[in-house]
Design a protein around this ligand. Structure first.
Ligand code: GLY
Length: 440
């Protein structure tokens, strides 16, 4: 049987999904809406925006698409999966009710509380006065979160009560996030290493993926403003098999059971953003989709047939208990355009892509790119993710950065320390095994 597939979205995550589907036996035609310059080489582009869910359903019916795979959260929260299912189409992605785990942070906290999932203490507020009184009573540090989708910009880690008050005013008085900020969560500030742990759900069944770690700040050593993600690697050496089992037992399974108890179907990706505190792993946030740039570090490692897994989950069928993965790690370095994250630069010519792709083990995933008369130009903040597989973190980093050095566009910026910690822990682990120094 060969399956015709539509991928919805146009970033690095969707390019990675397209590449994973492209190498899956059983794939028929592959479309991506709207795609980008790089995706256009691997899938047929469809000029329908990801938010135009009616237009996408019409296209899927007209082309008799067998499976639609949704990348971004906005169409999921807008109900694309419900619409497709009503129209008899098969789609990978949760319906609106389940997608509210990402679309409403207050709802996610309520589900976690009911399921007994470990997470930071938080209160939801619908007006400035009571939120502000709570902030003054508790003192900083605190985390202020707009309840709804805010394109990754709705979270403020406030080190002082003044910063917390400013974040509350941005939501309630300045209306910076529109309806997404009319309810605000004030949350305890947790400390620890962050890990992204994703699982594919086919209603009650769970296929856990490998852990990944992303880098949110723009500059090396986690300096500067937050971004959509400046790089990623997988696996995460500090996330031991014991921790993984603990998270499956204490986070993923209870959440799935709570959704089942509420008769909420979930056929898609449950993404737990975790923080490894001294009191154990806790959930910072849930997302209802693949991560970006996590997917660009996970898909190159995946040996299981991606198409078959997504097809099975979309139909509520049996999933494998575990995926098969390359034993070697993958390191993904994001290249961003001039001015990012405050602004972005469009129309700058990107050169060196073929030389980068020729580096062994490297795949270049496009995010904000467009094609003008066959020339690739920048078209957004995050432009590319350069991912490399290696036998070790040292090798994967060397290959990824060799490919990054081959690519050029005016004002290009990237971090130089992606997966450096993992490489250092690999070196000190080897020295321990060899009986050498341990405090390198
Ligand atoms: N890497 C963060 C996200 O996908 O939301």
């Amino acid at each position: 049987m060969s399956l015709d597939v539509l991928v919805v979205g146009g970033g690095g995550r969707e390019h990675a999904l397209v590449s994973g589907l492209r190498r899956s036996p059983g794939l028929g035609r592959l479309f991506c809406a709207p795609g980008n310059a790089g995706i256009g080489r691997d899938a047929t582009p469809v000029s329908i925006e990801a938010e135009d869910i009616e237009g996408l359903a019409d296209f899927a019916l007209r082309e008799a698409i067998d499976l639609t795979v949704v990348g971004p959260e906005a169409p999921l929260v807008a109900g694309i999966a419900d619409l497709f299912r009503r129209r008899g189409l098969t789609i990978f992605g949760p319906g609106r009710e389940a997608a509210l785990l990402e679309g409403s942070k207050a709802f996610a906290k309520e589900v976690m509380a009911a399921a007994g999932v470990p997470t930071g203490a938080a209160r939801a507020f619908a007006d400035l006065e009571s939120a502000s009184a709570y902030v003054q009573a508790h003192g900083a540090p605190l985390v202020i979160k707009a309840d709804g989708l805010a394109a990754g910009k709705g979270v403020t880690v406030a080190q002082t009560t003044e910063e917390a008050e400013a974040a509350l005013r941005a939501c309630f008085l300045e209306d910076r996030f529109g309806p997404a900020g009319r309810t605000v969560l004030v949350e305890e500030c947790l400390v620890g290493e962050e890990v992204s742990f994703l699982a594919i759900l086919s209603d009650g069944q769970v296929l856990p993926l490998e852990p990944a770690q992303d880098y949110k700040r723009i500059f090396d050593r986690d300096q500067g403003p937050n971004t959509g993600g400046m790089g990623c690697y997988s696996p995460v050496p500090s996330f031991t098999p014991t921790l993984r089992e603990q998270v499956i037992r204490s986070v993923v399974k209870p959440t799935v059971a709570e959704l089942e108890r509420r008769a909420i179907s979930f056929r898609g990706v449950l993404y737990a953003g975790l923080i490894l505190t001294s009191g154990g792993p806790k959930v910072l946030e849930f997302n209802c989709r693949f991560g970006d740039p996590e997917t660009q570090a996970l898909i190159p490692r995946l040996r299981t047939n991606l198409l078959q897994v997504l097809w099975a989950a979309a139909r509520g069928e049996t999933l494998p208990l575990e995926g098969e993965w390359s034993s070697g790690p993958c390191v993904g370095v994001v290249m961003a355009s001039r001015g990012y994250p405050a602004s972005s630069s469009k129309g700058d010519v990107v050169s060196g892509l073929d030389r980068a792709a020729a580096v062994p083990g490297v795949q270049v995933f496009h995010s904000g790119t467009a094609s003008i008369d066959g020339t690739v130009v920048t078209a957004g903040g995050r432009v590319l993710t350069v991912s490399a597989l290696g036998q070790s973190f040292a090798e994967a980093r060397r290959l990824a950065y060799r490919a990054v050095a081959a690519i050029d566009f005016p004002g290009a910026q990237h971090r130089t320390d992606i997966a450096l910690r993992a490489e250092q822990s690999e070196v000190s682990g080897k020295e321990r095994r060899d009986g050498g120094p341990t405090d390198a």
